[in-house]
Design a protein around this ligand. Structure first.
Ligand SMILES: Cc1cc2nc3c(=O)[nH]c(=O)nc-3n(C[C@H](O)[C@H](O)[C@H](O)COP(=O)(O)O)c2cc1C
Length: 345
């Protein structure tokens, strides 16, 4: 087992009686403090790892998923851990606290997480100031945009556009998050009529930047097909599939209490559904896909790529597997490597 699995993970999981958010905050704070030293480490890019997707050059195809470093507090640290790109956010126009704690739950028997964070973040302008002070990152930066909770749904477009206006200079791509289950009504923005207004407004604000749409795993094929049609017709550059799920399928009996919490489920129980959605989206749309959801092993990452993903992202896999899993995925997805087996290093 890796040093992370033997030492760091058990210590983090025990922190403050198992308070998952405290462990998360400590990790990001520690990485933030270490960032200046870590920033000198060159991005991981073994032969065959680099690729160009929607016009952006990635040193490797394994990214940090949105939500881990919402406010960009530890940005230079992530490439040092092996990530080939980082998605910050989801950020909203207005700073907000998110839902009340506790709002983050580990399901250890299931290698999963349930969260209802609710877009806690410092707001788009604070992120813009932080990114301006930091200067360019050594890997591509994605910025995920969401709707402020206080903004009514019928004013959502202006809310997203205002965030994009503030952050446009800093993102290599932008992700339109219309799929988080934790902001009331947000997922209705996946409806054709809503996207038909939102997407052109965002494209007009930043025509030079790749714009991706992140979808929920809970959409039917019919609904997904509609989303893809609208995305294609408005020149969207790619799809991020998927966000967390409302389903509790695949959760181990020992995790029943945490699974009963409201929020989105991520990690191993999501692996299969994320795979299906990636395969569907890639086949139906022909658009580049960032595959995310339940990548817990190199085999899971490889499967998403085989299903049509150009890039993959991890959140929960990183919590359970640490940086060793990130680096193993990078090696597994480098072109000169044979397809991996299920066995982890
Ligand atoms: C605690 C937590 C917070 C998250 N916050 C966001 C977010 O702000 N925006 C977003 O698009 N996705 C968010 N996600 C979803 C992840 O980016 C990812 O799509 C999902 O967890 C599935 O990947 P995984 O199984 O590797 O975790 C969050 C996930 C978790 C566990």
């Amino acid at each position: 087992m890796s040093l992370y699995g033997r030492v760091a993970r058990p210590a983090l999981f025990r922190l403050r009686g198992g308070d998952a958010e405290a462990a998360h905050e400590l990790t990001v704070r520690w990485l933030g403090r270490s960032a200046p030293a870590l920033a000198r480490i060159r991005p991981l890019s073994p032969p065959g790892a680099a690729r160009t997707v929607f016009g952006v050059r990635f040193p490797n195809p394994v990214g940090l998923a949105a939500g881990m470093d919402k406010d960009g507090r530890a940005l230079p640290a992530w490439p040092a851990l092996g990530f080939g790109f980082v998605e910050v956010g989801t950020v909203t126009r207005h700073p907000q606290h998110g839902n009340d704690r506790p709002r983050l739950f580990r399901l250890a028997d299931s290698a999963a997480i349930v969260n209802r964070m609710g877009f806690n973040n410092d707001g788009a302008h604070a992120l813009a100031a932080r990114l301006a002070a930091l200067g360019p990152l050594r890997v591509p930066l994605g910025i995920s945009l969401g709707k402020s909770r206080a903004t009514p749904l019928d004013e959502a477009v202006e809310d997203y556009v205002a965030s994009l206006r503030a952050l446009r200079p800093y993102g290599d791509y932008f992700a339109v998050n219309v799929s988080s289950p934790n902001t009331p009504g947000l997922r209705t923005l996946q409806d054709r009529d809503q996207l038909d207004v939102l997407l052109p407004a965002l494209r007009a604000e930043a025509p030079d930047k790749p714009m991706l749409v992140k979808v929920a795993p809970d959409l039917s094929d019919l609904a997904l097909g509609e989303v893809l049609e609208v995305c294609t017709s408005h020149g969207v550059s790619g799809i991020i599939a998927t966000n967390t799920t409302l389903s509790r399928d695949g959760v181990a009996p020992g995790d029943a209490a945490a699974a009963a919490q409201a929020g989105g489920l991520s990690g191993a129980p999501l692996t299969e559904r994320a795979y299906e959605v990636v395969r569907f989206v890639a086949a139906e749309s022909g658009l580049p896909v960032i595959g995310v959801g339940g990548v817990m092993s190199t085999a899971d990452a490889r499967r998403l790529v085989d299903a049509g993903a150009s890039l993959v992202q991890l959140y929960t896999g990183f919590v359970y597997g640490g940086p060793g899993l990130v680096r193993a995925c990078v090696r597994a997805l480098s072109a000169d490597r044979p397809a991996p087996t299920r066995v982890e290093e």
